[in-house]
Design a protein around this ligand. Sequence first.
Ligand code: HEC
Length: 178
Amino acid sequence: MKTVISTLIVTAVFSALLGLMVMFSGWFNVSTVWKDPALVQWVLATTSTNSVASRAKNIEVPSLGSEEQIKKGFQSFRAMCAGCHTPPGDDPTPMALGLNPEAPDLAKSLKSPAEIFWVLKNGIRMTGMPGWGESHTDEQLWEMVSFIGELPEMTFLDYLFLNSEVPLDEDDGHGHTH
Ligand code: HEC
């Protein structure tokens, strides 16, 4: 029993020292240029996917997909998201190219509407994906979920058409009009 306890104590002290060495030596590379090994990527992505899924489980999804929701969602997307999440058929911005992990193509998202809502409201730590719940009402977030739901069917032309139908000087309600 004594040996077990002393082994545990030595291991704990050693781990703490190792942790302090990683923190203070500068060994860890925080660069976005350096890509994580596949195993680390898989561990992080799996942790994130399950975290979102378990937290989104009890979210009630309202009725989605009305023209008004889609248009308003589009305006929010253009103002706040397109710089990172490249719209259908468009070229990535310099900002999108510099992200690690990269911002996924939302047309190919495997997440359910409830999960997307949770991500929009809370963001995803340490990835660059901001949470928008501090600045937006649930209704506005569902409008974006509605818009994202249309993306798989949307061509670049559809996207531009949505744009042309909405006068640019009409306020999107968030003070982000360009
Ligand atoms: C500064 C860059 C940035 C901005 C701005 C941004 N995102 Fe993201 N977003 C990301 C990144 C990076 C990820 C990937 C996170 C990860 O790997 O877990 C992400 C993930 C997501 C996901 C999860 C997709 C999936 O399939 O896992 C959704 C949905 C999403 N963003 C929607 C939005 C919406 C809507 C907006 C605008 C309101 C927005 N994002 C703005 C960078 C951004």
